[in-house]
Every structure is written in C-alpha cells, then in structure tokens.
Design a binder for this molecule. Structure first.
Ligand code: IVH
Length: 696
C-alpha cells in the first residue's frame, strides 16, 4: 500500500524511523477519519491494524521518537492526577438477575402485570436478547454529533470522566455518522478480549507488576489509567447497547435503536437478536451458552430487553433496576477447597458474621480465599466444620458462598462450630434479639470494630466516597488516634504534615487525600443520610427520606419530633412509601442516642449539606398523592410510578398533608376522608390529564 515502506522495523535506523513515524501519523489519522467520520473505510480493518502495529513497534524501538500527534495516543488533554467527576443526565442502573426459565417467566409476568396486559398481549411481547458482556459500563456523551465526554458508571449517578482514555478506543466514533439528536448519551460496555488479557498479564508479570484477576479487572484498570498512553497500548473494545439521555427521540424499538447505533458508527454485538416472544428466550439462552466458549471475550449471561421503547418508558425503574430488562445469568461457577478457619467479623451495626477462610482456589477466573457463612443457623444447617472440604460457588459479583461439605469418610472431623457469646473484638456480650438470626455485639460505640466499620461505611462509595480513604487507611488513622468519629475525618486536613510522614504516605498522597476530603465538604442530602449508617437505611431509603424532607434541618427537626409515638411527625415518617413502621423505629432510635446527635451537630458545622431539590420540572412536583379504588386504564403500580416520575410523593393514607386523591371506581373510605378534610380529588380521566397522559 502506498504511503509507507515496509522495511522491517528491526533494521530501520533512527532517521528512517522518524520519517516513517511522521508518515504513519498522517496516514493513520486520515484512515481513522475515513473510517469513523466519512462512512468510507479506505482499507480493510486488518490492514489498518497492521499500520497501527507497525507504528507502535517503531515507537517501542525508539521511544524518544514518539510524536505528540502519535496515533497511539489519539487522546486529548491528560487528566491531572485524578479523574474529574461527572453527573449522568440519566442515571446508569444495574439489572436484576434470573437464573432459570421459571425466574425469567416471573420477570415477564411482573412486567405484564404492571402494564395490565392480558395473556394474548403478554405472549406477543417482543424482546431483544444480547450477550451480557463482562466488562465495565460507560456513558458516552455526544453534542451535535461530536464525542465530548465519556464516563464510567461510578455510583450510577456520578461517574469518573475518562474521556481522554476512551478516545484511544478504536471502536469509539469521535463523530456520529449522519443525523443525531443535539445531545445524546450512549451506553455501552468496554472490555478486553481474553487473549489480550493473557498478554497484558504476561507483560505485567515480566515487569514485576501485579497481574489482573480477570479480563474485566484488566479492562477497568486499563481504562482508569492516569496516563492515556498506557490505555492506548491496551486493546480495549467497545459494544454499544443502550440509550441514556437523548434530546430528541431516536427510535420506536430497541432493535431499531441498535440499528441506529450501527449507522452512527458504533459496534453492536453481532449476536444480538430480536425475539418475537418470550418462548424464544430460552432457546436464545441455550444458543448463547453454547457459543460462549468460542467467543473472544467473556460473557456471563444474556440480557433481555422488552423491545417496544414506549413500553420501556411506561415500565420505568424499580429501585436500581429497570422493570423492562433482566439478566439471565449463566450458572454460578463452583469449586471445592478446604476450610482452614472460621473467623468472626463484626459489622458496623454490631452483627457478628462468621467468615470462612479457605485454601486459595480459582473459581471461574477469580482467586477465592474467603466466603461468607452468613450466621450460626446456616453453619449448623450445613454442618460445616473447620478442616472440612467444602463446595463453594461464586455468581457474578456477589461474595462467594459455601454450599456444603464434601464428605471424606476416612477423615476424622473437627468439632461443630460454636458462635462466641462475646464480641471477639471488644469483649461485650453478644446477643441474639428475639426473632432474629443474627448475633450482635452489644458494645455499640465502645466496640472499636463497630466504630471502624461505621467510619468505613461513612467514606464508602454511595456515601462520602472519599478517594484515597479506603478500608486500610481508615483502620490506620483510627488506630493512630487520628479519627474516632465521622466528624474527625474533616479535621484530617489539619494533620496533613503528620500524615505525609507516615509510612507509605509521603507528601503527594497526603496532599491528594486532603484534596479529596475538601472536595466532599459539600454533600447531597441523600448521600449524607446514607453515610450515617442507620440500620435499614440503604441508598434507596436515604433517597426517599431526602426527597420527602428536602433539607437536613427539616429532616433533623422532624426525626426528633417523631420520637413521640402518635405524634404527627411520627405518622408522617411512617406514611412515606417504603419506609413503614420498623424503619421509622430504627431512625427514631438513632436520633435517641446522644452521641449520634452530637455526631450530626459536629458534621453540620463542618459541612454544607445540599438540599434535595424537588423535581420542579415534573408536572406534579411536590404534590402528595393517594390513589384509591380501582383504576381502569392503568394498574396501580404504573399509576404510582408515573406520579413519582412526575415529581409527586405517593402515600397510602389520606391526611391533611395529602395534596390530591385520585378516585378510581368504587373508592370507599379514603374518598370520604378526603371529603371530610377538604382534600382535592380527581377521577381517573382527570388524573390522566394532570399527568399529561392521552385520554384513554
Ligand atoms: S443494559 C438499565 N445490556 O450489565 C440497563 N447491560 O448488570 C442497562 N451489561 O451495568 C444495562 N452487557 O455493565 C445492558 N447488553 C447489555 C449488557 C449490559 C453487559 C452490563 C452493564 C450493566 C450490567 C448490569
């Protein structure tokens, strides 16, 4: 081919190499442009790859000759020490898993019930099946057809800006071909081929560096390189598979959307298939499972998506997963190994959890050395004893589990395991509250394990998410007397010099830590509430509370008032959908502890806790709605989800705080109560109008 000579790289002299790199830079840039932007690849992929490889080979031989416009780099500005954070326009959620046909059927039934579909229409539901790539998901933003930003999933709301690194991916179009909405987020999976993973590990080993556990970790590690030059050398691939935000509609079906993605220049997994009905799901699963071993990359199941995008929109999300898609996972990987010991871990709420220490074993590409044994009942049920040979399994990201004991008739076994009656860390009595399976340390905040676990939770991902403050550093600072309570974390910057002098730290790490802490002095209310580690308040309940109370001040004041049983504040707390009485009790108990109130006060003076802005854009922003009676044009769950999407709060009982009662057919006592309290009511047709839905 014209434009470069094919003198073997080994015999090029320096001058010839420099000349060749100049030519290759221009040529590869032009071919790239032709491939990505002009819809007209000038050479076959293999030839293009050969050119890139030649360019790289020359650079490897003469590293000092690497040009600033080297195609190996193909990057923008390098990030300065850490990745910036970026908020996704539409959150990036995860998928619920199913493991067999019955569970898949249940998923379909649930979706159909939500939509109120009869049997015939359920049978006619079309799906798209796609291999579930075991990589890491990313979001790509295009403005007027140009790639402007790429982010990792992060916590689903906010990810890390890895734009510069993503630009090194050949599968990523820098410009979309043809017309596209002005602003669009495209979702996909970045992954490494299995063979490239092996090659990278070989190189890591040779360089005396840590090897990656599996292709996914290697892909993540490669994408999160601070130096894009390193990313550029890792052959990452990308499959696009979904839409995030779009400023204008793109397609009516997911299948058509995938077609559009291809037209824009993305690679869509060629094994994706349109399935005319749910009975095609199982054969597609079997087919994909058979092909799994022959694929160049790892997959861990099949993702099924309801094809009709208007149905997807109606179905929306429940918690962190869509109601319109599900992952049907391949069976868990299993292995047999020896149980070396059972240790007791003390959690942040004092729960004592037995953890199995195992002889290291490879389970589906991951080295496993410990597994959870859940609780005493589980150990007894499975009769697991130290020294036994055990069967364990690992499915996806979850903590490995012990399934049971592998009998060894000729071996003498140890004694049955007995849970301690004292906390192994602080020595306080361990109690098992009536009706619970979990044994708890009663030491509270006098137990160092609980203190440390709470601190670890406080800085964890969904909470304050402080970079550089992982489990190990939290323990270290706690043991050194630098932090005892959450508020102390924000006093760590005053100890920067001291931290810099600690073993393994140094001035730069200490500086970065201080920066990371300072960056978190402002925190959204839901994260703040979640960070407190109140029992049963996970991320979604924290969000519910934040949405309901709006500001830290109001939340705090109301939670204190809710201590009085029968008070209006207590009633209001219980009415928040999803909260209920047990959770309300936990929150009230938390506020009843003086040291918890002291922690809150300490944090409040050091931090800016951002109000949870009500979704003012929503048609029903800030309204509290009660549905009663039977609705004819949509199911109750859909009505509730629609109202919430439009910014309303939905509660179950009518009170003077209720803003609107929607009366379905045969509405009874709630209609009466609304009339008594003078609360506004509408019928179903009126509700549809308010919600901006077409008349039925
Ligand atoms: S769709 C809201 N499609 O699986 C639905 N996800 O367990 C968004 N994944 O975070 C995901 N292949 O990283 C979708 N064909 C595919 C996928 C896929 C792999 C990953 C993705 C997601 C995770 C959820």
């Amino acid at each position: 081919m014209a434009g470069y000579d094919d003198t073997p790289v080994e015999i090029l002299d320096e001058a010839a190499a420099a000349e060749e790199l100049t030519r290759l830079a221009a040529l590869i840039t032009r071919l790239n442009q032709a491939y990505h932007a002009d819809d007209a690849p000038e050479v076959p992929d293999a030839e293009f790859d050969a050119l890139r490889r030649r360019n790289e080979a020359i650079e490897t031989r003469f590293p000092h000759l690497m040009r600033v416009d080297s195609p190996t780099l193909r990057v923008g500005a390098a990030p300065d020490g850490a990745f910036g954070k970026h908020r996704h326009l539409v959150p990036m959620l995860s998928l619920d898993n199913v493991f067999d046909e019955a569970e898949f059927e249940a998923f379909v039934t649930k979706a159909a019930r939500f939509l109120g579909l009869d049997e015939a229409r359920t049978a006619a539901l079309a799906f798209v099946g796609e291999p579930k790539i075991d990589g890491l998901s990313i979001s790509l933003t295009y403005e007027k057809g140009r790639f402007v930003r790429g982010t990792t999933r992060g916590d689903g709301t906010e990810g890390e800006d890895v734009t510069a690194n993503l630009k090194t991916l050949r599968d990523l179009p820098l410009r979309l071909r043809g017309a596209a909405p002005d602003l669009i987020e495209i979702r996909g999976e970045v992954f490494l081929a299995k063979s490239d993973f092996l090659a990278i590990n070989a190189a890591q080993a040779e360089a005396g560096q840590k090897e990656f556990a599996n292709p996914r970790n290697a892909a993540a590690g490669s994408l999160r390189q601070l130096d894009p030059k390193i990313t550029a050398k890792r052959p990452l691939s990308l499959f696009a598979y979904a839409a995030g935000f779009a400023s204008a509609p793109v397609a009516a079906s997911h299948w058509a959307y995938l077609e559009q993605l291809k037209e824009w220049g993305f690679t869509v997994n060629p094994l994706s298939a349109r399935l005319a009905g749910k009975e095609e799901a199982e054969p597609f699963f079997e087919r994909t499972a058979r092909e799994r071993a022959t694929l160049a990359y790892d997959i861990d199941g099949v993702v099924y998506k309801i094809d009709d995008l208007s149905l997807q929109e109606r179905l929306g999300f429940a918690g962190r997963a869509p109601r319109w898609a599900v992952a049907w996972k391949f069976p868990a990987e299993q292995a047999v190994t020896r149980l070396l010991d059972i240790e007791i871990q003390v959690g942040r709420t004092g729960a004592l959890t037995p953890v199995a220490r195992l002889e290291a074993v490879n389970v589906g590409g991951v080295l496993v050395t410990n597994a959870t044994l859940h609780n005493a009942d589980e150990i007894a049920r499975k009769d697991v004893r130290i020294g036994d040979l055990v069967q364990l399994q690992r499915a996806g990201d979850v903590i490995p589990q012990i399934l049971g004991v592998v009998p060894e008739p000729d071996r003498a076994r140890g004694e049955p395991f007995v849970m301690p009656d004292h906390c192994p860390v602080c020595g306080a009595t361990a109690e098992r509250p009536p009706g619970e399976v979990v044994l708890r340390c009663t030491g509270g905040l006098t137990c160092p394990a609980q203190v440390v676990e709470r601190l670890i939770h406080f800085v964890s991902r969904g909470a304050f998410d402080i970079d550089g403050l992982g489990d190990r550093s939290v323990r270290e600072f706690h043991d050194a007397g630098l932090i005892a309570a959450p508020g102390d974390i924000f006093r760590l910057p005053a100890h920067e010099a001291e931290i810099a002098k600690r073993e393994g730290w140094g001035a730069t790490s200490a500086r970065n830590l201080v920066k990371a802490i300072e960056a978190r002095r402002t925190i959204p209310l839901p994260r703040f509430i979640y960070a407190l580690g109140i029992r049963r308040i996970g991320e979604s309940n924290a969000k519910l509370l934040a949405r309901h109370y709006g500001s830290f001040t109001r939340w705090r004041e109301q939670m204190l008032a809710a201590a009085v049983i029968g008070s209006e504040a207590r009633q209001e707390l219980g009415e928040i959908t999803g909260v209920g009485a047990t959770i309300a009790e936990e929150i009230v108990a938390f506020f009843a502890e003086p040291h918890n109130r002291a922690t809150l006060d300490d944090l409040a003076i050091q931090l800016t806790i951002e109000d949870e802005v009500q979704e003012t854009g929503g048609l029903l922003a800030g309204k509290t709605i009660v549905f009663t009676g039977s609705l004819l044009t949509m199911t109750r769950p859909e009505a509730r989800a629609t109202a919430e999407r439009l910014g309303a709060k939905v509660t179950d009982s009518v009170s003077k705080r209720t803003g609107l009662v929607v009366l379905g057919a045969d509405a009874g006592s709630k209609a009466k109560k609304a009339a008594e309290l003078g609360v506004e009511t509408v019928d179903e047709a009126g509700w549809r109008t308010l919600a901006g839905l077409p008349p039925a």
